[in-house]
Design a protein around this ligand. Structure first.
Ligand SMILES: *Cc1c(COP(=O)(O)O)cnc(C)c1O
Length: 419
């Protein structure tokens, strides 16, 4: 789909008068519309809840907007839990899906009343020793091993990932044993969780995963007598980073999951199971832009455009070679007849937002929007080369702009040093 920025050049130039580039800008209207679409797509399931993966965009104002739209939060660390607590999001509105978990994080999650999702069989004992009991509501993460593939065609598989290589979750045998032990120790409401593939561009991923988990839930109830109260499809629903990709259709996804539910759970008498999701990328990625200005043009063996953002603001291209679409503001209708590498300032040759990208002729001072940076963008930022994290701004529904996080200053960078 053609990528159109959610703010105009005039709006961005206006914002730049108060907040210098680079900055991350988020679209409140888009975030709310996405959350509403997700809830509508799963409205057939009365217990449905999206637990937003906080790691994707750990910004309180964003969490509050999603909470207003009915979302809970998926946390995996102490500070993510603390942020939710400070936002007033506690209890069963938090899913604690962590791995390699320190004792104090289990203790704090329990203190907040969060649903704890156990990543490993040995964590039953560890949790019990830590908090002195087994919670009545408990979830276990499942890893089926092997390879997960979907939709084979001449071009290859639509989705392919390697659960057998992933550090997460329990084997099937461990899961059955875990349910028996947890039940004997007093657990009453059980959940199962699984994350098999990342950034899937396929309306079939959730339905295929749901089919596997629903079947497993039926067998778990039958063999262990444990009451399965919810099934958590976790994250992994992707976005169309490239303009030639077709975006996922959340309504088709919700309908696909419903069909599996009718086929597998309802005949087994399990028609009260709640569906949970933990999407991060799908909720936020398209609703964020990294806005940056062109500082330099360099001509050597290639044509380089140097911008004032760098991989410290958006790491995905540098570490995964990820594609992020770029719009040169005000030049949307000019032909893309120039080939550039768009680079940041890090002393790292991987610090390139785009390689051999066809763009309109770029000039120093042009504003660029880097698309789909609302999830796993700012949050993966770091301070390499002494680069500072940028501000995060919210474009409100009424068109005004709100500072959600100020840019770091050198004092922030020096604050932890002992001289
Ligand atoms: C990262 C993560 C998510 C979110 O994944 P997305 O691809 O952003 O949807 C959800 N659940 C868990 C446990 C995760 O680690």
């Amino acid at each position: 789909m053609k990528k159109i920025p959610f703010a105009t050049k005039a709006q961005l130039e206006d914002i730049c008068k108060e907040y210098p580039t680079p900055f991350h800008l988020y679209d409140e209207a888009g975030i709310r519309a996405t959350a509403r679409a997700v809830y509508k797509a799963f409205s057939w399931n009365p217990g449905f809840r999206e637990y937003f993966a906080v790691k994707a965009t750990p910004t309180p104002r964003i969490l509050n907007i999603l909470h207003e739209e009915g979302c809970g939060m998926d946390c995996s660390s102490l500070t993510e839990l603390m942020m939710c607590q400070r936002c007033g999001i506690v209890g069963k509105e938090i899913m604690f899906s962590s791995n390699d978990t320190p004792a104090e994080e289990f203790a704090f999650a329990d203190e907040l009343g969060a649903i704890i999702n156990l990543d490993d069989f040995t964590h039953i004992d560890y949790l019990e020793k830590t908090i002195g009991k087994i919670p009545e509501t408990i979830s276990c993460r499942f890893n089926p091993g092997g390879v997960f593939q979907l939709g084979e065609s001449k071009e290859g598989f639509q989705v392919m990932d390697n659960p057998g290589d992933a550090k997460y979750g329990m084997t099937r045998d461990q899961l059955f044993e875990a349910f028996r032990i947890l039940k004997a120790k007093g657990a009453k409401r059980f959940g199962i969780h699984s994350f098999l593939a990342s950034n899937t561009i396929s309306n079939d991923y959730y339905p295929a995963l749901a089919g596997q988990l629903f079947q497993l839930a039926v067998e778990l109830e039958r063999e262990t007598g444990a009451k399965v109260a919810f099934i958590n499809l976790s994250g992994g629903v992707g976005v169309d980073y490239r303009p030639d990709q077709e975006a996922n259709d959340i309504y088709a996804i919700g309908e696909g999951v419903r069909q599996q539910y009718e086929k597998i759970l309802v005949p087994a008498g399990m028609d009260d199971v709640a569906i949970y999701t933990e999407m991060g990328r799908f909720m936020l990625a398209p609703n964020g832009h990294l806005v940056t200005r062109v500082l330099h043009e360099k001509h050597t063996y290639k044509e380089y455009i140097g911008v004032d953002a760098c991989a410290a603001n958006l790491m995905r291209p540098a570490i995964y070679g990820a594609y992020h679409h770029i719009t040169v503001m005000g030049k949307e209708n000019q032909p893309c007849d120039h080939k550039y590498d768009v680079v940041g300032s890090l002393c790292e040759n991987s610090d390139k937002f785009a390689v051999d990208r066809m763009l309109p002729k770029v000039e120093i001072g042009d504003l660029m929007v880097i698309h789909d940076t609302g999830a796993h963008g700012f949050s993966m930022g770091y301070n390499y080369n002494g680069r500072l994290r940028s501000a995060e701004l919210l474009l409100r529904e009424d068109g005004s702009v709100e500072l959600m996080r100020r840019a770091e200053t050198p004092d922030d960078y020096f604050a932890t040093l002992v001289w």
